[in-house]
Design a protein around this ligand. Structure first.
Ligand SMILES: Nc1ncnc2c1ncn2[C@@H]1O[C@H](COP(=O)(O)OP(=O)(O)OP(=O)(O)O)[C@@H](O)[C@H]1O
Ligand SMILES: [Mg+2]
Length: 163
């Protein structure tokens, strides 16, 4: 588990960039945190790190799923807020993207069915103040040794930003 404090959007963008550099086909990332915690901000940063124009990335509140090709890996962004915890995930076709080829990032990932959640990387963002987010990253098994790579990338990024 990695715990860190993201002070300002730049730090959140740095985390997204580190994640993007380590992503492999089939990775699933679940994002949790209240309204305005920074989930979409982090998704934009991940997309950007994959080589997708972040201005294209908007919250798919109505469509629920957006897909972006043209980056290093095909990227699927879902937002389950509207579905809620009693929604029917099967109806969203989200599982079709969990086929080992796509990178899937899900806002309100806690609403996913348990069996789809187990292996994913879970990131929880908690609002501390206007600019600061307490962040917890938990690996369900997909990341293994890559988690160390992620940790050092985050440290290096935060160090560079301080200098
Ligand atoms: N360190 C930070 N990380 C992320 N966002 C931050 C940070 N500091 C300030 N913010 C601001 O907080 C807001 C986060 O909004 P964002 O849309 O990313 O949240 P969200 O978790 O996706 O919300 P929702 O549940 O409504 O989709 C943005 O306005 C952003 O500028
Ligand atoms: Mg959002």
């Amino acid at each position: 588990m990695i715990r860190l404090r993201l002070c300002g959007i730049k730090a959140t963008m740095g985390l997204g960039s580190c994640l993007a550099g380590l992503l492999l086909p089939g990775d699933v990332i679940l994002l949790s945190g209240d309204l305005g915690a920074g989930k979409t901000t982090l998704v934009k940063a991940i997309a950007s790190g994959l080589g997708i124009d972040e201005r294209m990335v908007t919250s798919p509140s109505f469509a629920i799923i957006h897909e972006y090709r043209g980056g290093r890996l095909p990227f699927c962004h879902a937002d389950l807020y509207r579905l809620g915890d009693r929604g029917d995930i099967a109806e969203t076709c989200l599982v079709e993207y969990m086929d080992g080829k796509w990178v899937v990032v899900v806002e309100w990932g806690e609403y996913l069915d348990d069996e789809l959640k187990t292996e994913a990387l879970k990131i929880t963002l908690e609002w501390l103040d206007e600019e600061v987010r307490d962040t917890m990253i938990e690996d369900g098994g997909q990341w293994g040794a890559r988690l160390h790579g992620l940790e050092s990338c985050i440290k290096n990024t935060q160090k560079k930003d301080k200098d």
